[in-house]
Design a protein around this ligand. Structure first.
Ligand SMILES: Nc1nc2c(c(=O)[nH]1)N[C@H]1C(S)=C(S)[C@@H](COP(=O)(O)OP(=O)(O)OC[C@H]3O[C@@H](n4cnc5c(N)ncnc54)[C@H](O)[C@@H]3O)O[C@H]1N2
Ligand code: MOO
Length: 402
C-alpha cells in the first residue's frame, strides 16, 4: 500500500496554483499573497521623534548645561518649516518630523521650559530618540513574500507601506459530497438506521477556516446513478471531495460511480490509520479526493491531504501541515504497517514542555473524542511501543490553519 507521504506527493503533483485577484486591504487577512509585496513608502518616511520633547542639535548640549531658544512648535503632521540653528530648539512630539538642522530629541522630563527658553543640564548623543528614515523598511523593499497567508500583522505592514489593495490567489472552491443511504440533514427526524450527516458540515467548516470556499452538495445515495450526477454538480469548482463509500463493501460505490463518468483514479487505499480507503484522481481536469466515510478518518485525511492540496492551489511554498515535537503523555503500543494518527489532548508539564496524551480509545467514528483533541500523535509504520515521557511527533489541530 502507498505510504502517507507518497500519497500526499501524488495529490500535490496533481494540483496547481489558482489565478490571482485583487482585494481591498481590509479583506486581505487570511488570503494568500499572489506576488511579493514591495513597500511604496519607507517607514518611517522621514526621520521622526520617538518621544515628546524638543528637537535639538546634540552639539549644543555637549557642555552639560545650556539654555536654548525654542523657535517653534511642530506636532505630528505639522512639520517645522524652517531650519534650526545653533542655540535653538523646536517643541515636538512623538511622531513629529525632525526639523532641518536638528539631530536629537531632548525629552521634556529633562528640560525646564520658561517662556521660549528651554534649559537642561543633560547631554545627548546625535540620534537620541530619533527614528531614522526607513529604519523599519525602505521604499521598494519586499515586506511580504509571495505565497504567504496574510495575518493581521501583514495587513498592518502593507498599510504602513501605503497599499490599499493586495493581489491574492483566488479562494479554491471545493465541492463536498457525502455519500450514504443512511444520511440525513442534521436536525431532521431520525428514523431507524438513519444518522445525521456530520461530514459535510464538518469538512465545510474546516475548509472555510483554511481559506477555501466550500460548496456543500446534497448527500448522495449509495447508487451508481446518483453518484453519476456528481459530474453535473461540479461546474466552476476547483476540487471535488467526497466522503464515504470508499471502502470495499458492495455499497461502497464512489470510485466505480465516478469512473463511469470519467474519473481517472490515481490511487486507492493507503497505509494510514484512520483513512485506509482514501482515493485520489481527476475527473477531467478536476482534482478529486475521495475520503473515507468514518468522520474521524474524513477529518484526519482532510488535515493530511486536502488542506495541503488547497495550500498548493493557493501558491504556498510549504503545503504540508507542520510537524512539531511533544512529550508523550501515555504509553502507546507498537504500530502495524499503517501510519497512525492518534487523537490526543495537549497540556504543558511543570517544565513548560508540551505534552500530548492520546485518548485510550481511537475508533475512527468517535467524533466527541476528535472534538476534544488538540493534536494528532504521529506513529510511523512499524514504530515500536513508546512510553510516557518519550518525545513524539505531532500535528496540531487546535489552531487556525496557516
Ligand atoms: N471489510 C472491510 N471493511 C472495512 C474496511 C476494510 O478494509 N475492509 N475498511 C474500514 C475503514 S478503515 C474505513 S475508514 C471504513 C470507510 O468506509 P467508507 O468510506 O466506505 O465509508 P462508509 O461505509 O460510507 O461509512 C463508514 C461509517 O461512517 C459513517 N458515515 C459515512 N458518512 C457519514 C457522514 N457524512 N456523516 C456521518 N457519518 C457518516 C457511516 O454511517 C458508517 O458508519 O470502512 C471500513 N470497513
Ligand atoms: O482507517 Mo478507517 O479510516 O479505520 O476508519
Amino acid at each position: 500500500m502507498l505510504s502517507v507521504s507518497e500519497a500526499r506527493k501524488r495529490i500535490l503533483d496533481g494540483v496547481f496554483p489558482l489565478p490571482a485577484e485583487v482585494v481591498p486591504l481590509t479583506e486581505a487577512c487570511g488570503r494568500v499573497s499572489a506576488a511579493p509585496v514591495a513597500a511604496l513608502l519607507s517607514n518611517p518616511p522621514a526621520d521622526v521623534s520617538s518621544m515628546d520633547g524638543y528637537a535639538v542639535r546634540a552639539a549644543d548640549l555637549s557642555g552639560g548645561g545650556v539654555s536654548l531658544a525654542c523657535i517653534g512648535n511642530a506636532p505630528a503632521g505639522h512639520p517645522f518649516p524652517g531650519r534650526v540653528g545653533a542655540g535653538q530648539c523646536v517643541r515636538l512630539f512623538t511622531g513629529s518630523l525632525m526639523p532641518a538642522g536638528t539631530d536629537a530629541v531632548l525629552i521634556q522630563e529633562n528640560a525646564q521650559a520658561d517662556g521660549t527658553a528651554v534649559t537642561t543640564t543633560h547631554t545627548l548623543r546625535p540620534g537620541t530618540y530619533v527614528r531614522s528614515q526607513g529604519q523599519d523598511f525602505a521604499a521598494g523593499q519586499v515586506i511580504i513574500p509571495a505565497g504567504k497567508r496574510l495575518s493581521a500583522r501583514d495587513v498592518g505592514v502593507a498599510a504602513a507601506a501605503n497599499h490599499a489593495w493586495l493581489a491574492v490567489t483566488r479562494r479554491p472552491r471545493v465541492a463536498i459530497a457525502a455519500t450514504g443511504d443512511e444520511l440525513l440533514l442534521p436536525g431532521s427526524p431520525v428514523g431507524t438506521g438513519q444518522i445525521a450527516n456530520s461530514n459535510t458540515p464538518m469538512l465545510a467548516a474546516l475548509l472555510r477556516g483554511a481559506g477555501a470556499e466550500p460548496v456543500m452538495l446534497p448527500a448522495l445515495r449509495d447508487d451508481m446513478a446518483d453518484l453519476a450526477t456528481l459530474e453535473r454538480m461540479v461546474d466552476g469548482v476547483d476540487m471535488l471531495v467526497t466522503a464515504g463509500g470508499a471502502s470495499v463493501g458492495s455499497h461502497d460505490l464512489v470510485r466505480r460511480g465516478l469512473e463511469q463518468v470519467g474519473l481517472k483514479t490515481d490511487f486507492w487505499k493507503i497505509a494510514m490509520r484512520p483513512g485506509k480507503p482514501l482515493m485520489s484522481g481527476h475527473l477531467g481536469r478536476l482534482p478529486f479526493i475521495g475520503l473515507p466515510g468514518n468522520p474521524v478518518a474524513a477529518f484526519v485525511c482532510s488535515i493530511v491531504f486536502v488542506l495541503p492540496a488547497l495550500r498548493r492551489m493557493a501558491g504556498m511554498a510549504q503545503p504540508a501541515e507542520p510537524v512539531m515535537r511533544a512529550v508523550l503523555g501515555a504509553d502507546v503500543p507498537a504500530n502495524d504497517q499503517r501510519m497512525d494518527h492518534l487523537r490526543a489532548t495537549l497540556a504543558h508539564d511543570a517544565q513548560g514542555q508540551l505534552v500530548a496524551t492520546p485518548f485510550p480509545v481511537q475508533d475512527s467514528a468517535m467524533l466527541h473524542i476528535l472534538a476534544q483533541s488538540q493534536a494528532l500523535v504521529l506513529r510511523a509504520p512499524h514504530a515500536p511501543a513508546a512510553w510516557r515521557g518519550e518525545m513524539c511527533d505531532i500535528i496540531r489541530i487546535d489552531q487556525a490553519p496557516a
